[in-house]
Design a protein around this ligand. Structure first.
Ligand SMILES: [Zn+2]
Ligand SMILES: [Zn+2]
Length: 221
């Protein structure tokens, strides 16, 4: 099983890197004739959407589902639960193991981003914003777990520490709140945590009313 997961991680990362290269190449061709404000707005929205997505997935996998479920639980749920038992393991994992799952789920978004950057498809400002959104969201989601590892101080390169101090990427101090059991599930920038904290607390109450009981301890690790 471990060998299968390692091969799948390597394939996912290689595929995502190849698609990211195509995406960036198309972006470079399109950008000179696009409205820079619309591009900036789209990229910022996409970066925010990636933060929200990181928080939602993290909350779901920390709180619900069974990590012992064959394949799905082993591959997607167990790593989130293990992270609360041994947060330092994220830094000890190899690059492919750390980023394989995220690259896999980002593939459809990368493909949408590439299709959005067809030379004739981006003509209206709304098209430009949408294209920028998919570009930033797909690329950011590929490296979400890497950003999370840097929030644990894992061999953080100096440029990343600069981005953390600028508030663009989540800092170890802000992510530590999650490991103290105080929600804060988003791990990209953390910009959405204030909103997600409130929405997810209410969602848990609503789901409990329909019989959905948490299987994990959420952030209470
Ligand atoms: Zn963490
Ligand atoms: Zn967690």
């Amino acid at each position: 099983m471990r060998r299968f997961i390692a091969i799948a991680d390597g394939f996912s990362v290689a595929l995502a890197v190849a698609l990211a290269v195509v995406l960036l190449f198309r972006l470079a061709i399109c950008v000179p004739r696009l409205d820079p404000l619309a591009v900036l707005l789209g990229l910022t929205l996409g970066f925010f959407v990636a933060d929200v997505a990181s928080g939602l997935v993290h909350w779901l996998c920390d709180t619900y589902f069974d990590p012992r479920t064959p394949l799905l639980g082993t591959v997607f749920i167990a790593p989130f639960r293990e992270h609360h038992v041994d947060p330092g393991a994220l830094a000890r994992h190899g690059f492919l193991e750390r980023n394989g799952n995220n690259c896999l789920v980002s593939v459809p978004l990368l493909l949408i981003g590439i299709s959005r950057l067809e030379p004739d498809a981006v003509t209206q400002p709304a098209d430009v914003v949408a294209a920028g959104l998919f570009v930033a969201a797909s690329l950011t989601l590929c490296v979400t777990n890497q950003i999370h590892a840097w929030a644990h101080g894992a061999n953080t390169p100096k440029p990343i520490r600069v981005l953390q101090r600028a508030g663009i990427l989540i800092t170890p101090e802000r992510h530590a709140r999650h490991h103290r059991g105080d929600r804060a599930y988003a791990v990209v920038s953390g910009w959405s945590n204030a909103l997600l904290d409130r929405v997810l607390a209410r969602t848990e109450v609503l789901l409990a009313a329909f019989g959905a009981k948490p299987s994990g301890s959420g952030a209470q690790a």
